[in-house]
Design a protein around this ligand. Sequence first.
Ligand code: MSP
Length: 503
Amino acid sequence: MPTFYVTTPIYYVNAAPHLGHAYTSIAADILTRHARIAGKEAFFLTGVDEHGEPVVLAAERDAVTPQQLVDLNAERFRELTRLLELSNDFFIRTTDAGHMTRVQEILQRVHDAGHTYRGIYEGWYCPRCADFKGDSEIGPDNSCPIHQIPLERESEDNWFFRLSTFQAPLERLFADRPDFVMPRHAYNEAHSFLSQGLQDVSLTRAKLSWGVPVPWQPDHVFYVWFDALLNYVTALGYAREGESLERFWPADFHLIGKDILKFHTIYWPALLMAAGLEPPRHVFVHGFLLSPLDGALEKMSKSRGNVLDPFAIIAEFGADALRHYLFREVTFGADGPVSLEGFRSRYDAELANEYGNLASRTLNMLERYSGGTVASVALDAELVRDFAGLAGRVDALLDRAEISAALEEIWQHVRRLNRYVEEHAPWRLARDEERTDELTRVLASLAEGLRVVTVALNPYMPAKTATLLDALGRPSLTAREYSVLGWGGPVGALAPLFPKTAR
Ligand code: MSP
């Protein structure tokens, strides 16, 4: 069976999860569910990044130990994973013993192969990014361009990773594989960083003790980014009994936000090469959810205070509505604003009116005019033609992680079905006894169209689509079910899938 391995970043646990974290996680779930329907064996990994300075600082502020802080906050991320209906196969925590011992093994191998040396790091550091900034990455007055806080001058006795020796291998990787980083603008950004020439980077930190101890230098811990990146490999070794790296590595997709592009597109493939492992197939870099801050639209960020709370939206509207909204509103790969008002209008316009109403109307008409069954008859050729190729186009888009474009393609077919209802007005056909055959054909065609869009929407809205497929009496989810088949059988009742918001 072909395999599919997709990951999210592991999130920092020093603050509560917000909508930005949910965005990447939902994207990974959509790709996973789609891969499973397409008959692949998928492994979906998400989790939390528990080491590093921000955790130590947050714990000090709350007067708890780092371990207490991470135990508490990891649970909130895990809870979000559950509430978002994510079908992840494992939830990694970088304080897991299974992760920590494997980080030590792999980095010891890198050290033994001569990719490290001891030296003094001198330069600028952003504690929020946990990033040593090169000259091209420094904002005005030595500030962090991402967090807009002053950078700190660091001078530290570290072990270094010889990143600079991977200049040529990385250039080859980028030349050979134009889809290593997606979309294209992200590839260009990564490539331009590479073209400036790579500097060696700190691999260990002497000043911190909260982290994975360095086996050959036990008073140091590994720099948090190396510890964190390795999660994508370590998890496969202990996530479940009998699992092996060989089965799923290299990863098909690492999904990340553009804030962590350098680590995933430069450091990570270099580290993998140093450890004798293959680079991932694709790193897909998405944009930021934006939200108002002091009159402008800015990256949603806990430290800036302009976040939306996914827990509250799910409690009121359910996970499916949120999943739909995010990928309709913000094209995967680009930045885009989100808001509660925007959420409500899209919910009413698209979920309650377009899709929900289509579902209710179709089932009601089947009940009223067709004895509660879908007749097994030849379908309307025009509608069949309009649906031809839908499955293939959605597949092709999702193979490139174009999640919003695939959803748009499906949504055009939801709209097509609503037009079909208006064009054929079954309630008029029902008044004319001579048109019974036409009525039967229209209703069977409509039922089949609704079933096909619902199968295609399943990765986006797993719960509601399952309810609807049950009501249609055809719940199975396989690749075959993506195409117009024509089937016959009884249908059941359906409560409104997306009740209109009370406003
Ligand atoms: N711990 C590191 C990642 C290590 S991966 C080996 C980290 N954590 S984070 O908590 O800051 O999460 C960053 C990720 O969260 C982004 O890359 C993105 O996936 C997601 N997002 C956080 N804020 C976001 C937005 N405002 N918009 C979209 N995604 C956002 O970096």
